[in-house]
Design a protein. Structure first.
Length: 118
């Protein structure tokens, strides 16, 4: 059985502008949370089974863009498998706040970031 896409993230050096674009284009809601440095959880309005997302400020040079997070059962195992496939680790495993699990980010062969979420 395959692993589902579980979350999307859009980061930008101009998050207000990007947030206005996506909410205006698709009718999403995304209110920035000051407690999360202006990161906004996205409600696409597509119902309870829709994939959730976030829009927020860039955290490091070169990290702007759109990335997907794929749900995995064992973060360390999948991170190791990604490494065996030649994927460098862009962000090592880290805990998400409020018990939302753990994530890591690798790069695909073209350098696109791909999040792993357990």
């Amino acid at each position: 059985m395959g692993q589902p896409v579980a979350f999307f993230e859009i980061t930008s050096t101009a998050p207000e502008k990007v947030r206005a674009f996506y909410t205006g284009l698709f009718g999403w809601s995304a209110e920035p949370d000051p407690a999360m440095d202006g990161y906004a959880m996205v409600d696409t309005g597509a119902g309870p089974d829709a994939i959730g997302g976030g829009i927020g400020p860039s955290q490091a040079p070169g990290d702007t863009g759109v990335k997907i997070y794929v749900r995995v059962d064992d973060l360390e195992k999948e991170l190791a498998r990604a490494g065996e496939l030649g994927a460098p680790t862009l962000a090592p495993p880290m805990d998400l706040p409020e018990g939302y699990g753990r994530i890591a980010v690798v790069a695909d062969p073209d350098g696109n970031p791909v999040g792993l979420w357990a």
